[in-house]
Design a protein around this ligand. Structure first.
Ligand SMILES: [Zn+2]
Ligand SMILES: [Zn+2]
Length: 73
């Protein structure tokens, strides 16, 4: 089982439900069309992650691109 952790535009961030230790970047982004999204991580970490407490979101994510339908977020 996996669950949606975060949404951005038409993309959703899925994480395995069995992961009890949530760390940003551990999940997978999928587009609305079902395709695996291409990601770019160049944003600075959020305050929580900077202090060593993972926020659980993919906060350093700066860009999402779907290689199939061309959607971006
Ligand atoms: Zn964070
Ligand atoms: Zn797509």
């Amino acid at each position: 089982m996996s669950s949606v952790v975060e949404f951005r535009g038409s993309f959703r961030y899925m994480e395995s439900g069995g992961d009890r230790l949530r760390r940003s970047g551990r999940g997978t982004w999928y587009d609305r069309c079902g395709e695996l999204a291409l990601t770019e991580h160049s944003n600075p970490k959020c305050d929580s992650c900077r202090r060593g407490i993972a926020c659980g979101l993919d906060c350093t994510l700066s860009k999402l691109v779907c290689p199939k339908c061309g959607a971006t977020a």
